[in-house]
Design a protein around this ligand. Structure first.
Ligand code: GLV
Ligand code: MN
Ligand code: MN
Length: 478
């Protein structure tokens, strides 16, 4: 069995291949036959252009993933939830989050990784390579879960990465560049209204470093107090220590469920992400006169709730006006005050999420929403007390050489693949600011996500882990 052409062998590759030869009787290797004439030349070209080791077309390696353990871990992690199964709710710095962090750190240690945490609770597990001074290759994702969501979003990219490391260790691989798993703090904006909080900080967002000092949650608990409760941010001034220098990582690859229906519908095993859509979120507050629901006559009302309802419909209208299927907008939060059936809402709070793969078109939608908010407030005699663009992030492009490494890995594993964009955002959006980035998608049932019905089969997860493992091998050896 060989998985590299003899002409490409170097010491590091021998360190991979020799143990594989020695251990091969102990593991199940599957020989996959390809159309050698067709693939033989294609592999040669891929290898020459990519600079990555490419396996023999007729003897591809079948990495054996510990699916029983992984399945058990996904279920065990899902139990750290503030809502009953099958839903998962895990919000940062809560007791459940802290317990889940402990669980993942133990798994990292069990995989032989040296674990460190930064001031906001990004967790890093490192497998030191034979050339530890070279920038490391990183992978990872998040494990916080929005209220009443599922157990795969983010988790597959964390537990799957740990299993990828376990697989590589079992096969005797020795990395040249260190391999590092990152568990990002708060990819979801649930508690503090800030998406990708951990990765945004790692990428050096000055704006966030400043605003975090005064950020509070819905219960008025400050970000720093919440972080301290979870054992982080012990020194108020040390949040900036989180920032990573550009070049810390040679590459970053995230494994994630697709969260859309395309791969499943097409029967494709692997999605290779070429770009991540540009997300934005906005907070809006209206203030009206309030009053008695029976006594105040309709012409005399300044109903903040109706202003919010009208704005929600305006969001839909402006999104549809873009004329592109890629423009989306959602009002996911709409709170009325005082929240009594017989009281006219005196305050209304909305949170709006809008995204597009085209940043300019997304910005045009934001402009129109702003204009509508003014107009509605005027017409209804309510005050637009806040219109705050919380984030307005540009899209991110995957790195060509990482795309190539993922493509080659998929080919070697004989897995069908497709280039696609990510409509959901991910920590990779921010890692792309400091490192070449790539993402591997796997199918999920009917594209369901952010709800308890979210599901990916073990076979699909194992495929994702294999592609991740092989991609890490290639990136580590370059
Ligand atoms: C990520 O959770 C997203 O909302 O895209
Ligand atoms: Mn999510
Ligand atoms: Mn996610």
């Amino acid at each position: 069995m060989s998985w590299v052409k003899p002409s490409c062998w170097n010491t590091s590759l021998l360190m991979v291949v020799l143990p594989l030869f020695l251990l091969s009787p102990l593991f199940s290797f599957r020989l996959v036959r390809c159309d050698a004439d067709h693939f033989g030349s294609a592999f040669k070209i891929m290898e020459e252009f990519s600079g990555y080791p490419v396996g023999e077309p007729d003897a591809l390696l079948s990495l054996s993933v510990g699916t029983d353990d992984l399945l058990k871990q996904i279920d065990e992690l899902a139990a750290f939830s503030d809502t009953p199964a099958p839903s998962v709710t895990r919000v940062i710095y809560t007791d459940k989050d802290v317990a889940a962090r402990r669980y993942v750190k133990n798994l990292m240690k069990g995989a032989g990784l040296s674990v460190r945490e930064d001031a906001v609770g990004n967790i890093f597990g490192r497998w030191v390579g034979s050339e530890p001074d070279l920038p490391a290759v990183a992978t990872g994702s998040h494990m916080d879960a929005i209220p009443y969501s599922g157990k795969y979003d983010g988790v597959v990219g964390v537990l799957g990465a740990i299993e990828a490391i376990n697989v590589l260790r079992r096969y005797g691989f020795k990395p040249k560049r260190s391999l590092e798993i990152v568990l990002f703090t708060s990819e979801e904006p649930t508690r503090f209204g800030i998406s990708c909080l951990g990765s945004r900080l790692l990428a050096g967002s000055e704006e966030l470093l400043k605003s975090l000092k005064s950020t509070v949650d819905a219960q008025n608990i400050s970000f720093l107090d919440a972080a301290r409760y979870a054992g982080y941010a012990q020194d108020q001034d040390d949040i900036s220590s989180v920032v990573l220098k550009k070049g810390t990582y040679a590459s970053f690859v995230e494994l994630h469920i697709e969260q859309g229906p395309i791969l499943e519908e097409e029967g494709t095993s692997i999605g290779i992400v070429t770009a991540i859509a540009a997300p934005a979120s906005i907070k809006v507050d209206f203030e009206g006169g309030g009053g008695h629901a029976g006594a105040v006559l309709m012409p005399n009302r300044n109903d903040a709730g109706l202003a919010a309802a009208e704005l929600a419909l305006a969001v839909e209208k402006h999104v549809l006006e873009s004329g592109s299927i890629d423009t989306v907008g959602t009002v996911g939060i709409l709170d009325l005050h005082p929240g009594a059936i017989n009281s006219i809402p005196s305050k209304a709070h909305l949170e709006i999420d809008t995204r597009d793969i085209d940043e300019g078109r997304r910005n045009e939608v934001i402009k129109k929403i702003h204009q509508s908010a003014f107009r509605i407030a005027n017409n209804r005699g309510v005050k637009l007390s806040e219109f705050k663009i919380v984030n307005q992030d540009p899209p991110a492009l995957s790195d060509e050489s990482i795309i190539r490494a993922m493509e080659i890995a998929s080919t070697e594993l004989n897995l069908s693949r497709k280039l696609m964009i990510s409509r959901a955002y991910h920590d990779s959006l921010f890692m792309a600011r400091i490192s070449p980035m790539g993402m591997i998608f796997i199918p999920c049932y009917k594209g369901y996500s952010h709800k308890p019905e979210e599901y990916s089969s073990m076979e699909d997860i194992a495929n994702g882990v294999k592609v991740l493992a092989l991609t890490l091998v290639k990136l580590s050896l370059t």
